[in-house]
Design a protein around this ligand. Structure first.
Ligand code: ATP
Ligand code: MG
Length: 563
């Protein structure tokens, strides 16, 4: 058994669970839920919550529900419901039983509301949203009781029934919990339970013209499902007294709400709403654009679910908010791909190199390991050397600066796995740009070793100009130019921080001929470049499109291995 399988996760949440298990609070049961609002695609922050909720249940032999928190018909739709299920399953998790919806409980929630009215713990308020907000006060200003707060139970019951029956206009009345307008916790100042809203719901259609608020729906849905540990992010800490108040006053099963720090990551955004703006304004090519921090985008980029789960393990769960370095995510992805990806040669920006002393039409085949980094794996492919090859534009400089060990006039370098070549001259176009390089090769260096053991510093990847396949490659940079894209001056907008160069499309990339065998969905290391994914959505017919998953340069490992 590997170390990983043996080590159980421990954190402050597992401590709470173990304490419950000892005291028998939930009879040793662990039943969690993942409760997304279907108002956008899931992002990597949600992945943290998914891994946590499903992971805890797995660790304690429990269950996890998938429940859509669909209480706001104005923002929610079925595309999001479908995408969220796909994303949870792609991450490798399966919820218990059927998919659940808060809207499944609309009848029951209404009954709960009636129950609180009957107990004198809820009332109908005729004030406008504006007036209610005004009266609620602030952290420094206590709230003011509504003039409608002391209505009789009978009147409240009657008004609530008529709200439900559609007798009143949208926004004209609300149902509020009668808690405490002087509470230091603003959430406890008679929060709204129901609002009147005539909107078509994606599941209940026009059955309802009143909808419960998040706070009134959430805890009660947890309770109905027998959830034991209701795990949410820190911003709900101040809502916990209300969560507890409803369950206590309704005298129903009472799960434990536990808050943890949400994932924030540098150079990107964790907000469905803002990500939706990028999609709707066409700033990115959809929710699954490989630059997006959405699970769909990460998948489309070519990252494997194993890497996302590993990342969520590494960042752990804590009780204080922090920002995770995006470089750590990339580092994790690299570590996942490094052992499993074949190494091949791809020339992204081709520059022709002619070997003048190489016989015309001759082909020399080399058998080259796909997994030269792994002594256990011996699969090879054929690499063909011909008189004309392509090298990377950046691998030649006419006037090289110090420490540039690649090709330059008069200099000898190695064509990887093939032979040594010495540059004898260049051809330029009318603008003085080098368009072709001429070399001579050492016929005794076939295989790539100098016969006399002379040292050659540079090793270049290359592709035969006669035997190759064409591809398109998408290169990516961060979507934003600043660490915290939401940090904008008052008159600014997060869009001001977009990186105009976040996507670069390279056409006419040259790959080794054997790459004609690649299947959509395959991942490779293009040597000296990075990891690439043959995008199944974009690869149609024989046009191959690769997405850059991560470059090879690992800034996170560099920083963190010092000292
Ligand atoms: P967003 O603002 O992106 O829509 P949300 O919290 O409103 O986020 P929900 O659909 O309500 O999104 O979230 C479902 C679950 O995922 C919740 O339990 C929420 O706490 C959790 N979650 C959301 N964002 C993060 C994050 N960045 N890190 C960890 N968990 C998160
Ligand atoms: Mg939300």
């Amino acid at each position: 058994m590997s170390e990983n399988e043996e080590t159980k996760t421990t954190n402050f949440i597992t401590e709470i669970i173990e304490e419950h298990n000892e005291t028998g609070r939930f009879d040793g049961k662990v039943h969690t839920r993942f409760p997304p609002e279907p108002n956008g695609y899931l992002h990597i922050g949600h992945a943290k919550s998914i891994c946590l909720n499903f992971g805890l249940a797995q660790q304690y032999g429990g269950k996890t529900n998938l429940r859509f928190d669909d209480t706001n018909p104005l923002k929610e739709n079925i595309e999001f419901v479908d995408s969220i299920q796909r994303d949870v399953q792609w991450l490798g998790f399966q919820w218990d039983g059927e998919v659940l919806y808060a809207s499944d409980y609309f009848d029951q929630l209404y009954e709960f509301a009636v129950q609180l009215v009957q107990a004198g713990k809820a009332y109908v308020d005729d004030q406008s949203a504006e007036e209610i907000r005004e009266q609620r006060g602030s952290l420094t200003k206590p709230g003011v009781n509504s003039a409608y707060r002391n209505r009789s139970i009978e009147e409240n019951l009657d008004l609530l029934k008529r709200m439900r029956a559609g007798e009143f206009e949208d926004g004209s009345r609300v149902l509020r919990a009668k808690v405490d307008m002087s509470s230091p916790n603003v959430n406890m100042r008679d929060p709204i339970m129901y609002r009147i809203l005539r909107a078509d719901h994606h599941r209940t259609g026009d059955d309802w013209c009143i909808y419960p608020t998040y706070d009134f729906a959430h805890g009660q849905s947890d309770s109905i499902e027998g959830i034991t540990h209701s795990i949410c992010t820190l911003e709900f800490e101040d809502h916990r007294p209300l969560y507890d108040w409803y369950l206590h006053n309704l005298e129903i099963h009472h799960p434990q709400q536990i808050e943890f720090a949400r994932l924030n990551m540098s150079y990107t955004l964790m907000s469905k709403r803002k990500l939706g703006v990028l999609v709707n304004e066409g700033i990115v090519d959809g929710w699954d654009d490989p630059r997006m921090p959405t699970i769909a985008g990460i998948r489309r980029r070519g990252v494997r679910p194993e890497a996302v789960r590993d990342f969520c393990d590494r960042i752990g769960v804590a009780k204080t908010n922090s920002v995770i370095d995006y470089a750590l995510f990339q580092h994790t992805v690299r570590q996942d791909l490094d052992p499993i990806c074949k190494r091949v040669m791809a020339v992204l920006k081709p520059l022709k190199l002619v070997i003048d002393n190489f016989p015309e039409r001759e082909e020399i085949d080399f058998k080259v390991d796909y997994f030269r980094h792994d002594n256990e794996r011996h699969e090879t492919r054929k690499v063909v050397l011909t008189k004309e090859v392509y090298i990377e534009e950046d691998d030649f400089m006419e006037e090289p600066p110090p420490k540039y060990f690649r090709l330059a006039p008069g200099r000898e370098v190695r064509l990887m796995n093939a032979c040594l070549v010495t540059c004898t001259g260049v051809v330029k176009d009318g603008d003085g740009k080098v368009v072709e390089i001429h070399c001579r090769y050492d016929p005794d260096s076939l295989g790539g070793q100098a016969p006399d053991g002379r040292r050659v510093k540079g090793t270049l990847h290359w592709v035969s100009a006669e035997k190759n396949v064409d591809a398109t490659v998408n290169l990516y940079e961060n979507l934003f130019t600043v660490e915290n894209p939401s940090d904008v001056p008052e008159d600014g907008d997060f869009r001001d921080n977009l990186n105009p160069n976040s996507k670069m499309v390279l056409e006419g990339v040259k790959l080794e001929a054997e790459m004609a065998q690649a299947d959509p969905g395959d991942r490779y290391q293009f040597m000296r470049q990075g990891f690439f994914y043959l995008d199944p959505e974009s690869t149609v017919g024989n046009k191959m499109v690769f997405n850059q998953i991560v470059p090879l340069r690992d800034s996170w490992a560099k920083i963190n291995q010092k000292g």
